[in-house]
Design a binder for this molecule. Structure first.
Ligand code: GLN
Length: 409
């Protein structure tokens, strides 16, 4: 199963890696920050590095200090006393946590439902574990809508119901959503939950952008809906929370029935996660409340979002205003480029959006991510209309990018 298909193709992050783009290019592609984690968090990392124990293997469940910090920070959000011995698993980034869930639960040919567009890692993570991805559309905003928001990307619950078969094992619900920025509403989540209950499905709630919800929208955790705790694994990320994407520290919160098998898989895949940085993440969660860290960070992100969407407004180009995450989708269907432009072969083999994003990166000097990567091959044409711009950058960088983007006029 590793011999062919999308799972083995060169991934978009490698094609559009800063290393492959001109040095002058402003990188709004892959979602990572161009600023450091907070000093009080990196101080904790330094302290951990200068202490013996955290330089060595941690317990495969994660260091107890981090599990305690996760319990204290998230317990109230799940309205429960989380058990650090059975309901929390520290992982090497959210990605490894998700991979380990698939390893633990997927039998050959089990089906995993995901809303499309979907974060691209889901597809290979499912197929590498013998599963089969099944796609249910997030319907793009109607063309007639002047100023679409991420709420205008909608689900049709009957389509979800029709996608369920006797082989369906799990539904992935990513809210806030990458790449759309959609914050699923309570009623959407209730509808998804009722299908999960009816067909006895697991739910993977990828909530790694939970600290980035704008416009007073409410981040609803599907695990908190009636009857859902027992079938839901919620995924979190220190990388997103503390501007530390390279740390590869994430966590899973779920009942023992999900954590135990996932721990068995994770122990054999990684044994344990980066130990000193678990201490740093723990210190971040321990102090966040008192420092009003997430409130302040959200305000900074709102300012960053404004700079980038103002640039698109000024251009008169259509985009989706995201209520969550740090991504904006721009409609690039009218961006022209010469067919004979010297595109690399990695880009030529893919959709029009790959060529458009490559051209914009080279000629305008701002990189973005082609959105057809977040669609399966059959539906890639829908994604070709969009480029995803990440605004997890400092304001000076975003202002410079905003100015350059005016060349798209
Ligand atoms: N989550 C990051 C993004 O969407 C990418 C992570 C990765 O490169 N796999 O930009």
């Amino acid at each position: 199963r590793l011999k062919e298909g999308r799972a083995l193709a060169l991934d978009v992050w490698t094609i559009f890696n800063a290393a492959n783009l001109p040095p002058h290019c402003i990188n709004l592609g892959q979602g990572y920050m161009n600023f450091a984690p907070p000093k009080w968090v990196t101080d904790a990392a330094e302290e951990a590095l200068n202490t013996v124990a955290p330089n060595h293997y941690s317990h495969p469940r994660g260091r107890i200090r981090l599990r305690e910090a996760i319990k204290a920070f998230y317990g109230p959000q799940f309205n429960r006393e989380l058990d650090v011995e059975s309901e929390i698993l520290v992982t090497s980034g959210a990605n490894e946590g998700q991979y380990s869930v698939f390893t633990a639960f997927l039998e050959q040919d089990d089906e995993v439902i995901m809303f499309e567009p979907f974060f691209d890692q889901y597809l290979p993570s499912v197929t590498f574990n013998g599963g089969k991805p099944v796609y249910v559309p997030l319907h793009p905003p109607k063309d007639s809508l002047e100023n679409p928001t991420s709420n205008d990307w909608t689900i049709d619950i009957d389509e979800l119901r029709r996608a369920v078969t006797p082989r369906t094992k799990l539904i992935i619900v990513n809210t806030p959503h990458n790449p759309v920025g959609k914050v699923f509403t309570k009623s959407e989540l209730e509808a998804i939950a009722s299908i999960a209950e009816e067909f006895n499905l697991l739910v993977m709630a990828d909530e790694v952008y939970d600290c980035l919800v704008f416009d007073g929208k409410e981040h609803v955790r599907i695990a908190n809906l009636p009857g859902m705790w027992d079938r839901t694994v919620t995924v979190g990320s220190a990388g997103k929370a503390f501007a530390a994407t390279g740390w590869r520290i994430g966590w899973l919160i779920a009942p023992k029935s999900i954590i135990q098998p996932t721990l068995a898989a994770s122990t054999r895949i990684i044994f344990c996660s980066n130990s000193p940085l678990q201490e740093a993440a723990a210190s971040g969660l321990e102090q966040a409340k008192e420092r009003k860290f997430f409130e302040n960070q959200l305000a900074e992100y709102a300012e960053r979002r404004a700079i980038i969407v103002d640039a698109f407004d000024k251009l008169g180009m259509k985009y989706t205003l995201p209520h969550g995450s740090y991504f904006v989708l721009l409609d690039i269907s009218n961006v022209d480029f010469p067919d004979n432009y010297p595109f690399p072969s990695s880009v030529l083999g893919r959709g029009r959006d790959f060529r458009a994003c490559w051209f914009i990166a080279q000629e305008v000097g701002v990189s973005s991510i082609p959105v057809s990567e977040f669609y399966c091959e059959e539906h890639a044409n829908i994604g070709e209309a969009y480029a995803r711009f990440a605004f997890c950058k400092d304001v000076d960088t975003l202002r410079a990018a905003a100015e350059r983007l005016q060349q798209l006029k």
